[in-house]
Unconditional design. Structure first.
Length: 319
């Protein structure tokens, strides 16, 4: 089973010696706050690197002896076969789109570290496509990967509303790692100040019911499923550099017709099947893409045409 390192686990091993000095001090500071306050304290997931400053992943067996852990419902297998997973993903989107999507998802492992190296490389993804095309299926995989922890589904409309009035749902961004929402209503992207700030982790004011507002710096990736293109009412580079559109152009059906492909309902509905046949290979691929992300960044040039389509469809001359 997969488990994530905790304060107690780190202190009982020699792994602290493998952390870089900056992050070691951050972790020690957090532990001292926890001891002093006798309260649970937040800290970024520990980072473990090899001598070449490349991420090194080590997973330990789950045990009730470790505090503040959660456990995913699948086994970690670095040698897990990936043929079926690769075929399923390739049926949905091509290799270049896969690379972009998976590197953005993988960045949620340690988004702050990624942002240190590539300030604006992690864009908000708008997944565009009508019907059954795989967007929700991948969303379900990510939910199961994180065992539902740190997953939010705040829609675009909530970001828009929060610009003008109180919107309590944004408070979830304080602890979110992945904000993935299905959408039915499109908005004008450049008018959503909170959305722009969220895209790059800039300070935002959020508020829970019956509590005072607080300032946070969100550290979550943003993915939104769309059936139609959002509005872009002006050609602002600051906006264009924060968003990317991935089109899901293949649809699936239990009775495929024309260019449709045969749907496998187990991929979304059968959690045991997904835990056995999908998630081990999915995690391995994400680990691979995370390493490539830190070395290469993300090349969005192959999908830039979708942004131009959004600009064109938003033009008053076109409409």
């Amino acid at each position: 089973m997969i488990t994530f390192l905790t304060e107690q686990n780190v202190l009982q091993t020699e792994m602290m010696s493998l952390l870089d000095e900056e992050n070691k001090q951050k972790y020690i500071d957090m532990l001292e706050r926890a001891i002093s306050s006798e309260e649970e304290e937040e800290c970024e997931t520990w980072r473990l690197y090899d001598k070449n400053k490349k991420p090194k992943f080590e997973l330990i067996p789950h045990s009730p002896d470790y505090y503040f852990t959660y456990c995913a419902n699948f086994d970690y297998n670095p040698e897990a076969p990936s043929d079926y997973f690769d075929k399923v993903l390739s049926d949905m989107i091509d290799e270049k789109k896969q690379s972009i999507l998976l590197r953005v998802i993988a960045s949620s492992f340690d988004l702050l570290e990624v942002r240190k190296r590539f300030a604006r490389k992690i864009r908000i993804l708008l997944l565009l496509g009508e019907g059954s095309n795989g967007k929700d299926t991948i969303h379900e995989w990510v939910e199961q990967l994180y065992a539902g922890q740190g997953i939010t589904a705040i829609p675009l409309q909530a970001f828009k509303t929060a610009d003008k009035s109180r919107e309590f749902s944004l408070a979830g961004l304080a602890t979110s790692k992945v904000n993935w929402a299905s959408e039915s209503e499109v908005v004008a992207l450049e008018r959503c100040k909170n959305l722009i700030n969220f895209a790059t982790g800039d300070s935002m004011k959020v508020e829970e019911k019956y509590k005072n507002p607080v300032i946070i710096k969100p550290a979550a990736i943003g993915i939104f499923n769309l059936n139609s293109l959002p509005y872009l009412e002006s050609n602002i580079e600051a906006v264009l550099s924060r968003f990317a559109i991935i089109k899901f152009e293949t649809t699936f059906s239990s009775n495929p017709k024309g260019n449709q492909k045969k749907a496998d309902p187990r991929l979304k509905e059968d959690k045991d099947f997904v835990c056995k046949e999908i998630l081990p290979a999915f995690l391995n691929r994400l680990i691979k893409e995370f390493n490539l992300l830190l070395e290469e960044g993300i090349d969005y040039s192959t999908i830039e045409g979708a942004l131009f389509d959004m600009q064109y469809s938003s033009s008053h001359l076109h409409r």
